[in-house]
Design a protein around this ligand. Sequence first.
Ligand SMILES: [Zn+2]
Length: 307
Amino acid sequence: MRAGFGLLLMSMLLACTPESSRESAPTSETASSGILNIYTVNYPLAYMAQRIVGSTGDVSFPTPPDVDPATWSPGPETIIDYQQADLILLNGAGYAAWVANASLPRSRLVDTTAGIADRLIPIESSVTHSHGPTGDHSHSGTAFTTWLDLEIALEQARAVLDALVRARPEQEEEFRRAFATLEAELQDADAQLIAAARKLNNQPVLFSHPVYQYFARRYELNGYAVHWEPDELPEDALWVQLKAVLREHPAKIMIWESDPLPETRQRLLKLGIESVVLQPGGNKPPEGDLLDLFRAGISAIEGATKI
Ligand SMILES: [Zn+2]
């Protein structure tokens, strides 16, 4: 009897819910109030979401530090956490392959590069390689460090904004205000990168790892990617390969994901190559935020162009 009354009450409540707000909720069980529980597959998306949602959202990015979120797979308990999130922000471009094999609620998945699919970069087989004492990994399929093209990063932030507005339409105004500040900062960093890259004047540069495809395209860098690890001294064969590359591609700058070993830096200097760090920031940096990483990269490139 009581259950019957409960059901009746429930259906009355539902009947009183305006059509529009019911449609805009990400799922029927997600109340359109309370703290939004957001999960992301990388740090850039977590950063963007946190900037836009402010204190009205709880943003989780569970990849442990010092692990590349692009190739990491969460354990069963963490997958349950993802399943229970109101929104799951994905990078697309084949990033975090575990997503394709996990049963995640489709209605709450947001592929932040779906809108720019035509700008994704396929990796040519000639660039595909796997090796390394730090773990075998290869680069194939689609290049995924999309946010290093700050114009694409902005599109990803816009996709995050749209998803948040759909989930909490009543907060649209404050979300848009927060987004506008983020947008201005990304556009500013983008303009600075364009200016810094222009000073390179098409001179050849090296990338320590094949993760700068979007960066090179956006900022028109004449780049060649080797496959070195910052925390390992490259073995002799890699130096021999590098010298062969330098004959065709006489680079004076190598852009690294993080500081190379001092010995590597010294040996490169002897070849006339300055090491410059531009951390992609797929995982959370120990200090600072995503824009700090971009700004540090900009100063490093500017410094190198003055040499
Ligand atoms: Zn690699």
